[in-house]
Design a protein around this ligand. Structure first.
Ligand SMILES: [Zn+2]
Length: 257
């Protein structure tokens, strides 16, 4: 009698768990559908040129999964090693924040002294940060964001490591990464802070070095537009690149790579 009772409890438990799993899965799928069926007309009201739209398709989608990854909560920037830094380094972070602030509205970005969700490590030796299994590569800066899960592509935590000899250009480049931007795959005639070549790691010729050092601290209006487009409320994390292109009716030029 008792054995039979336990059997029923186990069966009911399994049925309930399965039902819960199916419901959660159904909820996930319908949420994903809502993300894909974004409001195209309202997004168009953001205002952008064709050039900015194709740049958006190139750099706004995460390479891994070809989906949008962005913040949906306010950003609190904390400089981890602030006690070791001079005013200039802190001012540099504040300058980047003030450039980005109007671009990611309605989200807010501010500098905090504790409980940050964007941790900036400034003027640090980058070779020590590479994972042990990775080939040590020379780099000016590193940006790391939290991994996406099965049902969330939100960015909610990030680290920025900035080398000791780099300029504000690198810091801005890494900030663009943690907002969800990727390096471009296409070639552009204009300068891009998020472009790989914007921060030459090996100066192959004196001319390259000279051109780079003459470059004023600058973020192109096209990149500003892309950040504004990415942070428009119609675009949500998880939006797939092919769905976006289909719904927008975009014809993209073939990739040169
Ligand atoms: Zn980069």
């Amino acid at each position: 009698m008792r054995k039979g009772y336990i059997k029923y409890v186990v069966i009911i438990f399994i049925v309930a768990l399965t039902a819960l799993g199916v419901t959660a899965d159904f909820h996930r799928q319908s949420e994903d559908r809502r993300i894909q069926e974004f409001d195209v007309e309202r997004f168009r009201e953001t205002g952008y040129t064709d050039e900015e739209l194709s740049l958006f398709c190139d750099i706004a989608f995460n390479r891994d999964g070809e989906r949008i990854r962005k913040w949906e909560t306010d950003l609190r920037v904390e400089i981890e090693n602030i006690a070791e830094l001079g005013d200039e380094a802190v001012d540099e972070v504040d300058s980047v924040i003030s450039i980005l602030r109007p671009l990611i509205a309605p989200l807010k970005i501010e500098r905090v002294s504790e409980k940050g969700n964007v941790i900036v490590h400034k003027n640090v030796e980058l070779t020590l940060i590479n994972k042990p299994r990775q080939k040590p590569t020379y780099t000016n800066g590193i940006a790391r964001i939290n991994e996406a899960t099965d049902h969330s592509w939100n960015i909610n935590f990030a680290h920025i490591y900035d080398g000791p000899t780099t300029g504000t250009q690198t810091l801005m480049h890494e900030f663009e990464h943690i907002l969800g931007l990727e390096h471009p795959m296409m070639l552009y005639e204009y300068y891009l802070t998020i472009g790989r070549s914007s921060i030459p790691q090996h100066y192959s010729a004196y001319g390259d070095w000279f051109r780079f050092h003459r470059m004023p601290y600058y973020i192109s209006p096209r990149e500003k537009a892309v950040i504004r487009m990415l942070y428009s409320p119609e675009i949500r994390s998880g939006l797939k690149r092919d769905e976006f292109i289909k719904r927008m009716g975009i014809e993209l030029p073939a990739s040169p790579i």
